[in-house]
Design a protein around this ligand. Structure first.
Ligand code: DAH
Length: 357
């Protein structure tokens, strides 16, 4: 019996896994196991012998059973330790940023422009890209025979045969959103309207679809002086320079009186554009005091309210700020271009936290 005990206790101690342990259990305690066979021998013994051998055999059974249980839980502990070692993770390591696509420069610049004007109290207004000719032209003081209609190279929507109403257009500028915003909110009002616009045009600096941002500010005594301050403030913030100089050139738009095109002082040295210094001027937008007829068309009383409006090309100021040479590449969806000129998707531009960083 001592031999048996030694044999099985050694085997249990040496068992490397649960499978091996189960083999040992069957060999010792199974129906045909060595201990079971010994149990059967009890029957052939004399009562005296049995009194000695019986308890001893039971003790052996108990000993092997508890050795098996102890080994089993030791193996489980070891397996758990091993797993914990393998799955160890240092949660104090810094995060590794994963780049999941990029923001298009147009989206980035739209966010930047919106952040700057939001800081000056402008809300964002929207309008449809398929616009009626009344909103796109008439309400903006561009009557049907006005040459500006031709200048805009308008895309016209189709009408059903026999429908003689004037066709809708793909809006040629964001100015119709002025009318919609005034109709919705009346005066006083301060809004910008960024969005897509369409004209039949295609070369290195023109695409049939491009982006503008419109601004409209109406109150009882808003003047060109306010326009000038707002634009200077905008340019300083947008181009991230301390000093800018703007030049107002008399111009003509049907929807403003007086009208001005605005240039910004800059220099081009070695193909590198610098804003705020130098001897060059670059046009960045059209602007003016909203024409009384435009206010009237939108249901705002021109005897009570006045203000300024301007319209600026978003793609253009994106090209200027980020040195992007060809406008057509903006809309080709070339991944290499997007990775090069794109922006991290989760960095929201704010005026205080930095626009482009
Ligand atoms: N709508 C004009 C265009 O697309 C730009 C413009 C000029 C907008 C003067 C204005 C403005 O609001 O006052 O060419």
């Amino acid at each position: 019996m001592d031999d048996l005990r030694q044999k099985y206790l050694n085997a249990i101690a040496d068992a490397a896994d649960e499978g091996k342990l189960e083999e040992i259990r069957l060999a010792a305690m199974g129906k045909q196991g060595e201990v079971a066979l010994k149990m059967r021998e009890l029957g052939k013994m004399t009562p005296e012998e049995r009194q000695v051998a019986g308890p001893a055999l039971n003790a052996l059974k108990d000993e092997i059973t508890s050795a098996l249980a102890a080994k089993k839980s030791a193996l489980a502990d070891a397996a758990l330790d091993e797993r914990l070692r393998a799955e160890w993770l240092d949660v104090t390591l810094p995060g590794r940023p994963r780049r999941m696509g990029t923001l298009h420069p147009v989206s980035q610049v739209t966010e930047e422009v919106t952040a700057i004007f939001a800081d000056m109290g402008f809300a964002v207004a929207e309008g449809p890209q398929i616009e009626s000719d009344w909103y796109n032209f008439d309400a903006l003081n561009i009557p049907p025979e006005h040459p500006a209609r031709q200048e805009h190279d308008t895309f016209f929507m189709a009408r059903e045969a026999g429908d003689n109403r004037p066709p809708h257009v793909l809006r040629t500028h964001t100015s119709p959103v002025q009318i919609r915003a005034m109709q919705l909110h009346g005066a006083p009002i301060r809004v910008i309207a960024p969005g897509r616009v369409y004209r039949m045009d295609m070369d290195q600096t023109h695409t049939p679809m491009f982006h503008q941002v419109e601004a409209l500010a109406l109150d009882r005594d808003i003047s060109m002086a306010n326009l000038k301050w707002v634009l200077e403030e905008f340019c300083r913030a947008y181009f991230e320079v301390d000093q800018v100089e703007l030049r107002f050139r008399a111009s003509h738009f049907p929807f403003t009186e007086p009208s001005a095109e605005v240039d910004i002082r800059c220099s081009w040295t070695g193909g590198q554009l610098k804003i705020g210094e130098g001897d060059d001027w670059m046009e960045i937008l059209g602007s003016g005091m909203v024409h009384p007829k435009v206010l009237q068309a939108a249901g705002v009383d021109p005897n009570e309210w006045q203000g300024f409006a301007f319209g600026m090309g978003i793609d253009r100021i994106a090209m200027l700020k980020y040195g992007i040479p060809d406008l057509r590449a903006f809309f080709e969806s070339d991944l290499r271009w997007l990775r090069h000129y794109g922006f991290a998707a989760l960095d929201m531009p704010t005026v205080h936290g930095g626009l482009s960083r």
